[in-house]
Every structure is written in C-alpha cells, then in structure tokens.
Ligand binder design. Structure first.
Ligand code: PHB
Ligand code: FE
Length: 341
C-alpha cells in the first residue's frame, strides 16, 4: 500500500528480472521452483514449500498455496510495506527501504531459541523481481490473490493458466485526493460490492465562493470504498504532508501479520474487525481487540497484528510517512505507543 502506490514512486521490480533464478516446469505439477540466495521455493497442488539451510541441513516449512499467494501479493503490491511482513508464524520479510531481509524462524521465539532460524538480505529489485516471478508462475487462472475467498476461484491444483491481469492490477496512485483533476478516479465504473448495497452513492454538492474556484474538493468516501474490488489493501487516499490516510475494505483474514516499525492508527468506519496482537519479535500473544464502527485504536510500534472481518468492512489506516521513524523507535528516542495516560 502506502510504500508503493504513492504517485511517482519508481517501480523497482522491472530492473532485476534477469536476476530471477528458476527451474524448468515440473513435469507433473507444472510449477517452477525458485531460488533466492540460499532459500528454495517450490509449490505443489496444495502447498508452497520454503527451504533454508541450518547447520548443514535444509529445514522445510509449508504454507497453504492460497495463503502464501495472498501474502506474497500484498508484499509485492506494498513494496515490502513498513517494517515486517510475516506471511505466517515462520516466514516473512523486513523492509530496510532499499534492502529487504527475508527470514525463516527469525521472528518466531521458539525457532529462534532452537537456533533453526535463517535470514538473508537482498537488494529490493532482486527480491521484488523474484517474488513477482513466483506470483506469476504459481497463480492459476481464476484465482485472484487480492479478492475475498467468496469472490474468487481456487488457488489449488496442478498448474492451469495464469491471472496476470489480477496480479498486475493498476495501483491506485493518489497524489492528493481522488476526483481532483489529474488525480485518481472515483471508481464510478466499478460495481458496488455485494456487502455494501445499502451505502448511499450520492456525491456531496460543493459550493465554492467566488475566487476559490478549483481549490475546494469533496467526495463520498463511503461510496468510493463500497466500490473497492480488493480486500486488505490500504490505498493512499489523501496526502497531507507526511500524513497518509489509507482506507481499505476488509473481508476474511488479513493475509499477513504486519510487524510495525512505527505507530499506526486504525479507525473502524463500518462493521467489525477482530485483531490479534502479538509481540513483534517472538510472536507471543499480547492482546485481542474487537473494533466496531466508530472505534479508533493505535497499533504500537513494537507489535505485530492480524485482522479478521466476517462481513466486509471499511477501515481507515492512518500512516505516518515521516522519514527516519524506524530508527527513532529502535533507538528508544520515541516510545512504542503514542499516548501516555
Ligand atoms: C496493517 O498492517 O496495518 C494493515 C494492512 C492491511 C490492511 C489493514 C491494516 O488491510
Ligand atoms: Fe500494520
């Protein structure tokens, strides 16, 4: 989201396509294997399998193919996001903004203590190109990793076709606000989602005093969100200095456990999301939060979180893009929480 789809940000992936290491399609499943550093990736009808070396042996971890592709889609689309993107309790990436760590077990307290974790650091274009190549090869026709499970076909089975259109969906790159001249469109051409049929679709009337023409703008955010065709994909929708409002529509499970490198604010705009909050380093549970429409909550800088939304809901994620925040939190200059009571 915020890291990648701000207008004018260069698309790193195109620069390193020649660095992707992959094998020939498997004669039975049709899927290619991939290698990145000492990590190996393979998929079969049901699972993505990751291997990494520890003490002269290879360790293996399997993730259901649909969950793996949903997580990888977010990591790619968000340009590795802020901080940590945990695909699950074992595997993930950490963004160093120019370089990216890929790890297995390094942020799982039990595996770390057992010494079976592994981390390797890559230049962003190389890991981006590899992740994109995996997504393209492993996503079958009819499966959309951004869609809610009820709105997409299956990820499983031997390789059949592809879905480049879903993976390469044009990113919404808002400069100031949707609907302004030369800015992102208001989604009038997308249908209202089945969960939001009761959302009013009228736009506000804007009456501008003489001399202020072209300087005042408003749009119906609920209508805009009711027409989102993707889930768990906060898109920069208003930019005010370093303050980014990134609303999103949510259904089923956030496909990653996001580990924060700064404080984020959540404002629940409709319906309900339950959040599991864990320790950022070990994953051990810290809290469970139910957010209902109108609730606001600050996610501290030292946690990871994953959300659950049974009915598609609207959430505003408020991001702080101030440069150097990760260092200021890590050094202790800033407390991990935003308010002292
Ligand atoms: C988050 O990690 O803060 C996050 C990511 C995706 C969402 C919502 C929240 O859709
Ligand atoms: Fe987050």
């Amino acid at each position: 989201m915020a890291m990648l789809d701000v207008a004018d940000k260069p698309q790193a992936a195109t620069f390193a396509a020649d660095k992707v290491q992959s094998g020939a399609p498997d004669p039975v499943t049709g899927y290619r294997d991939f290698t990145l550093g000492a990590f190996r990736f393979s998929r079969d009808a049901y699972f993505a399998t990751i291997q990494w070396p520890v003490n002269g042996q290879f360790r293996t971890h399997a993730i259901p193919a649909d969950a793996f592709l949903r997580a990888m889609m977010r990591d790619v689309a968000w340009g590795f996001f802020y901080g940590w993107v945990n695909f699950d309790h074992v595997f993930g990436t950490r963004n160093h903004y120019g370089k990216v760590d890929m790890y297995a077990g390094a942020f799982n307290g039990v595996m770390k203590d057992a010494g079976v974790d592994y981390t390797e650091t890559f230049d962003t274009p190389v890991i981006m190109a590899t992740f994109k190549a995996i997504l393209h090869d492993w996503t079958n026709e009819g499966f959309d990793p951004f869609a809610a499970p009820e709105e997409t076909g299956s990820a499983f089975g031997h390789k059949h076709g592809d879905n480049a259109a879903a993976i390469e969906r044009t990113r919404i790159a808002t400069r100031r606000m949707p609907g302004l001249p030369d800015d992102s469109p208001l989604r009038d051409d997308l249908p209202v989602n089945r969960a939001f049929l009761d959302v009013a679709q009228d736009e506000p009337a804007v009456h501008v005093e003489p001399c202020f023409e072209g300087q005042l703008h408003a749009f119906n955010l609920f209508k805009y969100l009711s027409r989102s065709d993707v889930t768990w994909n906060p898109s920069v929708t208003s930019v005010c200095g370093q303050s980014l409002f990134c609303p999103t529509t949510e259904e089923f499970i956030l496909p990653v456990f996001h580990g924060n490198d700064r404080v984020e604010w959540f404002l629940q705009l409709s319906d309900e999301i339950v959040w599991d909050i864990g320790d950022k380093n070990t994953g051990s549970p810290r809290a469970r939060i139910t957010m209902r429409a109108g609730d606001i909550c600050a996610m501290p800088a030292d946690i990871r979180h994953q959300g659950y939304s049974t009915k598609r809901s609207m959430l505003l994620v408020w991001e702080n893009a101030t440069p150097n925040l990760p260092k200021r939190y890590e050094s202790g200059e800033l407390k991990p929480y935003p308010v002292e009571f």
